[in-house]
Design a protein around this ligand. Structure first.
Ligand code: FES
Length: 106
């Protein structure tokens, strides 16, 4: 099931927003007009990635600096080794909707 979490205008290109949906904190980013939704919690030591920085298609963790590709959730640098959960995103009537992460991530 997809749920509305924000308006498209809430997240300009290059920005991110943290929302709570499907029982989890999720960070949504706008990468050149395309929206991606990922788990807000770093897979290394539970830092909030929303408090990090979003640049060049990656989110950098504020705690130890691992970078995650927002398109795949994969870490590009240690110390994080596990990928972030990725949530399906779509836009409809000016709203951003998020679905549940695929079961393989649980
Ligand atoms: S908590 Fe994110 S890299 Fe350590």
């Amino acid at each position: 099931m997809m749920v509305e979490v924000a308006k498209v205008h809430d997240i300009p290109p290059g920005e991110m927003l943290r929302v709570h949906a499907h029982g989890a904190w999720i960070v949504i980013v706008n990468l050149d007009g395309q929206y991606y939704a990922l788990s807000d919690t770093c897979t290394h030591e539970d830092a909030s990635l929303f408090k990090g920085t979003f640049k060049d298609g990656c989110i950098r963790c504020p705690l130890h600096g691992s970078r995650f590709d927002v398109r795949t959730g994969k870490p590009l640098e240690e110390p994080a080794e596990e990928p972030l959960k990725i949530y399906p995103v779509r836009t409809l009537n000016g709203m951003i909707l998020i679905g549940q992460a695929p079961a393989r991530y649980f």
